[in-house]
Write a protein that binds this ligand. Structure first.
Ligand SMILES: *[C@@H]1O[C@H](CO)[C@@H](O)[C@H](O)[C@H]1NC(C)=O
Ligand SMILES: *[C@@H]1O[C@H](CO)[C@@H](O)[C@H](O)[C@H]1NC(C)=O
Ligand SMILES: *[C@@H]1O[C@H](CO)[C@@H](O)[C@H](O)[C@H]1NC(C)=O
Ligand SMILES: *[C@@H]1O[C@H](CO)[C@@H](O)[C@H](O)[C@H]1NC(C)=O
Ligand SMILES: *[C@@H]1O[C@H](CO)[C@@H](O)[C@H](O)[C@H]1NC(C)=O
Ligand SMILES: *[C@@H]1O[C@H](CO)[C@@H](O)[C@H](O)[C@H]1NC(C)=O
Ligand SMILES: *[C@@H]1O[C@H](CO)[C@@H](O)[C@H](O)[C@H]1NC(C)=O
Ligand SMILES: *[C@@H]1O[C@H](CO)[C@@H](O)[C@H](O)[C@H]1NC(C)=O
Ligand SMILES: *[C@@H]1O[C@H](CO)[C@@H](O)[C@H](O)[C@H]1NC(C)=O
Ligand SMILES: *[C@@H]1O[C@H](CO)[C@@H](O)[C@H](O)[C@H]1NC(C)=O
Length: 871
């Protein structure tokens, strides 16, 4: 929004000329040089009296020439024409706007103090004295009170920007007296009342943005007079009544956002008049009736969202004319009839959501033409027939959701073509046949729900390795795992004890492993004898042996034998397996004392070295001494000729990953619990990084490694395992970390630091707030998406947070999360700082309204927080 520099130069020249001409043409024909210099003196004094330029930085090391002070531009006569700064410093308490003596600046053309929450207080009516003002932009400050009607007397105003302040009351009627405004941007305040009909006077407007306020009542007909409008943003208000028909005459409109209001009535045929529209967002209203076929005339549309209304009737086949669409969302309506073949024309589509409607019939084979599609959701309809083979041409798909339909037939083995697929949900259909093994070979597949179908046969081993696999209520069989597992140390995974829902095992019979056991047993035998002689046992651990093939420590207040664990798990029977992952499978074991523990059975594929076994014991001993209320307790370990395993505290609710992916459990995880999960993680990681000697870098923070107890409190699991199992890799990467959580610098450096954990923590924190993994966390925080509001990314399965404290917490968590996602490790805060920030309970923002805050603000605040707190 910065004025083009050539325009500002022009403005300076014009102002200069008028300052020369003015004295000649005014009544006071003789204006002395001394009078002029005293006017300039007044400007200088007014600047000083405001107190805004008191710091050495603002006053350019206290130069006496105020034209050189921060943000100030003078004309050649020395009179101020521009005050334009994005850098005014708010040193603790914000400056009062009323400190500025508006009557002293007759030549001011630009008054723009932007983005730093520098200004507070009310907007005084004296602002009307700035008669030459063309740009007034005080966005992102802390202004309160109402917009004074004196605004209407700024006859030359072209730009009015007051977005993201705390303004309330109604938009003054007098706004209609402005003659020239091109942009009027009041987004993100608490403005209420009606939109004044006088707004229709502002016929030169090209941008009108009143979104994110509390405006109510009907949208005035006069909005239809704004013939030059390019962008109209009225979303996120409380507007009611129908969309006035006059609006559809605005054929210059490129962007129309009316989402998140209570608009009612049908979409008339006239909608097709707005031929230049690129973005049409009417989602989350109460619109009824059919989608008119004239929608097909809007062939410049790139983004169309009519979701969450009560639209009915069929999807008009003319939708196929909108070939420039990249995103189409008609979900959560009452649309019926067939899914038209013509959607196949929308070759540029990136995302197609038609879920939660009443669509019937087959998925048209033309869907296969949508080769750019990354997300397809047709769930919650009544679609039938089989999954078209052509769908497997959509090779860019990341998410494919067909749940809750009546699809039959089998899963085509060509599903393996979808090499980028991460999420596949085919649950609640009538799909039969076997599961193609190709599914499990998709590299990053991480959530597959096949439950409630008619699938049969043995689950292929490749598929069993997919984390987040669900397959209950089918006729599927699992091969019993024999002797060993050998999954790669990639995705650590814990599952709920609920056998039915979250069963999953890794079975990998590697023939090489069999002879290895014999070798290992031999080594262990030697080792045991050797160590028994000179080992010193730390006082809080007990050591016990049962024969020469077994070695364990056990720091829990009871004895446990290897036999007892074998008994409790029926020799590691699959029915006790509650999850698999990076370093092995996890079993639930109820001991004879009644105590339930989790056993993590480890595996190693490389040949064992004596040195490894020694370091394993040292490390395990160290790790078992870690005691923190948010870290899963390691009770001990056991080395045995058949296997080695770690014994952990049992966590009833399984992993955060699984809970977030279950719609029922996710709702149980309310905002307070989610905030507490993030805080607990922060405290635990701060402990590992700063209170453990030597410090422990976790290296694999992801939602799979955060476990929840019966109260849904969070515990960090699997800490130190990387080092435990790869002693030579003390701070080097070695297939460590989980895809989607790994800090970007690890792409080009091998050095793992605490800051890698900080990044992963940021990803998990966002995942907790969003309810799903942020597909591309770094891009979310990059510039193109910065306009997105926090409220738009919060988990929609929960009602929006209302409690003030909770809202503050959510905002703080998101500020911290974005700060952690900085691509430069140095720019990320430390876990210690984050932990302290959470403990201090301070709110970094003065305006804790979750409806209003954009991601861009959160990112700015994150930088502010790091600077301020010296993190
Ligand atoms: C700024 O400095 C002026 C005098 O130089 C002083 O009167 C005023 O109180 C100061 N204001 C603030 C906010 O520090
Ligand atoms: C103020 O002085 C410091 C050091 O003397 C210098 O680095 C800085 O650039 C100066 N600032 C301005 C605005 O002249
Ligand atoms: C603003 O400046 C004018 C002219 O110097 C002066 O008369 C007036 O009292 C000032 N107002 C305030 C609020 O300081
Ligand atoms: C602006 O609109 C108001 C109310 O609609 C009207 O009274 C006023 O005359 C209009 N002003 C101009 C200059 O058109
Ligand atoms: C929206 O308006 C309706 C009535 O018009 C009112 O009942 C409701 O409380 C308003 N909602 C908000 C969030 O202001
Ligand atoms: C939508 O409108 C109907 C009446 O037409 C009303 O019953 C319902 O509450 C409205 N829904 C919302 C979310 O405003
Ligand atoms: C769809 O496009 C065709 C040709 O591009 C055009 O003739 C037709 O009028 C359009 N129909 C609608 C309803 O958009
Ligand atoms: C569709 O997009 C292309 C490329 O961006 C553009 O050239 C074309 O004009 C667009 N079509 C319409 C009808 O806007
Ligand atoms: C698909 O995406 C690519 C790259 O983003 C783009 O070049 C192409 O125009 C898009 N459309 C089609 C139909 O492939
Ligand atoms: C799957 O169901 C279809 C009928 O919907 C049937 O024709 C086919 O034989 C079944 N296939 C298997 C493998 O059961």
């Amino acid at each position: 929004m910065a004025p083009d520099s050539s325009i500002s130069k022009l403005v300076v020249i014009i102002t200069f000329l008028s300052s020369i001409i003015a004295p000649v043409t005014t009544d006071n024909a003789v204006v002395t040089a001394s009078a002029a210099s005293s006017a300039i003196q007044l400007e200088r004094e007014a600047l000083l009296n405001s107190g805004w330029w008191n710091s050495s930085r603002a006053r350019a090391n206290y130069t006496s020439d105020h034209c050189k002070w921060m943000g100030i531009t003078c004309n050649s006569a020395g009179s101020i024409v521009e005050i334009n700064s994005e850098e005014m410093e708010n040193n603790g308490n914000a400056a009062e706007l009323s400190q500025f003596n508006f009557t002293c600046f007759p030549n001011l053309v630009t008054f723009r103090i932007w983005g730093t929450r520098f200004l507070s207080g009310r907007i005084p009516s004296e602002i009307g004295a700035l008669s030459k003002l063309e740009e007034l932009d005080l966005s992102y400050n802390l202004l309160t009170g109402t917009i004074p009607s004196a605004i209407g007397s700024l006859r030359n105003l072209v730009v009015l920007g007051l977005s993201f302040n705390i303004l309330n009351g109604a938009i003054p009627l007098e706004i209609g007296n402005l003659k020239n405004p091109h942009s009027l941007i009041l987004r993100g305040n608490k403005l209420d009342g009606l939109i004044p009909s006088s707004i229709g006077n502002l016929t030169k407007l090209t941008i009108l943005d009143l979104s994110l306020n509390k405006l109510s009542g009907r949208l005035p007909r006069e909005v239809g007079n704004l013939k030059n409008l390019f962008s109209l943003y009225l979303d996120n208000n409380n507007l009611t009544g129908p969309i006035p028909s006059t609006l559809y005459h605005l054929n210059q409109l490129r962007v129309l956002y009316l989402a998140y209001n209570n608009l009612v009535g049908p979409l008339p045929r006239e909608v097709g008049n707005m031929k230049n529209l690129k973005t049409l967002l009417l989602n989350r209203n109460n619109l009824t009736g059919p989608i008119p076929s004239t929608i097909g005339y809007l062939n410049s549309l790139e983004k169309l969202d009519l979701s969450h209304n009560r639209l009915n009737g069929p999807i008009p086949p003319t939708i196929g004319n909108l070939t420039n669409l990249t995103s189409l969302d008609l979900s959560s309506n009452q649309l019926s009839g067939l899914l038209p073949r013509e959607v196949g024309n929308l070759r540029n589509l990136d995302s197609l959501s038609l879920d939660t409607n009443n669509l019937i019939g087959p998925i048209p084979s033309t869907i296969g033409y949508l080769t750019n599609l990354t997300s397809l959701n047709l769930g919650y309809n009544q679609l039938n027939s089989s999954i078209p083979l052509q769908l497997m041409n959509c090779s860019q798909l990341l998410n494919l959701v067909l749940t809750h339909n009546s699809l039959s037939g089998s899963i085509p083995s060509e599903i393996g073509n979808l090499i980028f697929l991460r999420q596949l949900d085919l649950s609640r259909n009538f799909i039969n046949g076997t599961i193609p093994s190709q599914l499990g070979k998709i590299p990053n597949i991480s959530a597959v729900d096949l439950s409630k179908n008619n699938l049969s046969g043995v689950i292929p081993k490749s598929v069993l390795r997919v984390p987040g696999l669900k397959w209950s209520e089918n006729n599927l069989e699992v091969e019993n795992p024999v002797i060993s597992e050998n999954a790669p140390p990639h995705q650590a995974q814990h599952f709920k004890g609920n056998k039915e829902q979250h069963q999953k095992i890794v079975t990998r019979l590697v023939t090489i492993v069999l002879p290895m056991f014999a070798f290992l047993a031999l080594i262990l035998g030697i080792l045991f004898v050797h160590r028994r002689r000179d080992e010193k046992i730390s006082p809080n651990t007990r050591e016990m042996t049962k024969g020469a093939d077994e070695f364990s420590i056990w720091s829990y207040d009871g004895r446990i034998t290897f036999e007892e664990m074998i008994q409790a798990t029926e020799d590691f029977h699959i029915k006790y397996c509650i999850g698999t992952g990076g370093y092995g499978s996890v079993y639930r074991a109820q001991l004879s004392s009644g105590r339930v523990v989790a056993l993590k059975k480890l595996h190693r594929s490389e040949t064992e070295e004596l040195a490894f076994l020694e370091s394993f014991q040292t490390e395990a001993r160290l790790l078992s001494q870690i005691r923190h209320r948010n870290i899963v307790k390691l009770y001990g370990f056991c080395l045995h000729n058949k296997c080695m395993f770690l014994i952990y505290e049992y966590m009833e609710r399984g992993s955060l990953f699984c809970v977030l992916r279950n719609d029922v459990e996710a709702v149980e995880l309310d905002w307070t619990k989610r905030v507490n999960i993030v805080k607990s993680m922060a405290h635990a990681l701060s402990y590992l990084h700063y209170d453990c000697k030597p410090p422990i870098v976790h290296r694999d923070i992801c939602s799979n490694n955060i476990l929840l107890n019966s109260n849904l409190e969070a515990f960090v699991a699997d800490f130190g395992l990387a080092r435990l199992l790869h002693p030579d890799s003390s701070n080097r990467t070695l297939v460590v970390g989980t895809y989607g959580y790994i800090a970007p610098e690890l792409a080009y450096t091998m050095a793992v630091t605490e800051k890698c954990d900080v990044y992963s923590f940021g990803v998990v924190a966002l995942e907790v707030l969003m309810g799903s993994h942020p597909t591309d966390p770094t891009s979310l925080s990059s510039s193109c998406d910065r306009k997105i509001r926090l409220i738009d990314v919060l988990d929609q399965r929960l009602p929006p947070p209302v409690d003030r404290k909770v809202v503050q917490d959510i905002i703080l968590v998101s500020i911290v999360a974005f700060a952690c996602l900085q691509s430069k490790p140095k720019s990320r805060p430390t876990m210690k700082c984050i932990s302290q920030e959470f403990l201090s309970g301070k709110s970094p923002l003065g305006k804790p309204d979750v409806q209003e805050i954009s991601i861009s603000e959160l990112i700015d605040q994150g930088k502010f927080l790091i600077d301020q707190r010296d993190c």
